[in-house]
Design a protein. Structure first.
Length: 156
């Protein structure tokens, strides 16, 4: 599982959720730019074995899409479609589907119905995915059935 460490210069809300091997981060509310430690340095609570620096060849790209559907009864169909199409696209290292959870935290943004996280080993693999017919068909089929699709791309 990949870990994402962010340091902030203010006390605003951050949404970080971990589901199985699925990690995603989104939604900073009126905080400004996060203050990241210098490359290769560790946060105060990190082990010496954890390092922020990685060689360019080891960069993995995470593509996160938070989908708000017009009809929440379509969740299972969307998940089935994602499982069928994403598993056949070359360059997809791993993908996960999840639904929001509510544990009573007021500052967590759960305003989506399905989270789709896709991992790629390289920028080239991600670019090929973006124009792959199965990806385009998936987007085309679900764009009209969605109120919104919030997309976040990040890497390590």
């Amino acid at each position: 599982m990949r870990k994402l460490s962010l340091w902030f210069t203010c006390n605003s809300s951050i949404f970080v959720c971990s589901v199985a091997s699925f990690v995603f981060a989104a939604t900073l509310i009126s905080c400004g730019t996060p203050a990241l430690p210098p490359s290769g340095t560790l946060p105060p609570n990190a082990n010496a074995s954890q390092s922020r620096a990685s060689p360019a060849s080891a960069i993995a790209i995470q593509h996160l899409v938070l989908i708000k559907l017009k009809d929440t009864n379509d969740r299972a169909a969307l998940e089935k479609d994602c499982n069928a199409k994403l598993s056949s696209i070359p360059g997809v290292v791993e993908f996960s589907l999840a639904r929001p959870i509510d544990i009573g935290r007021k500052n967590v943004d759960g305003d989506y119905d399905v989270a789709v996280s896709v991992e790629f080993a390289s920028t080239d693999a991600y670019k090929a995915y973006l124009v792959h017919p199965d990806h385009l068909a998936l987007v085309s089929a679900w764009k009209e059935k969605s109120k919104s699709m919030r997309i976040f791309d990040y890497g390590n």
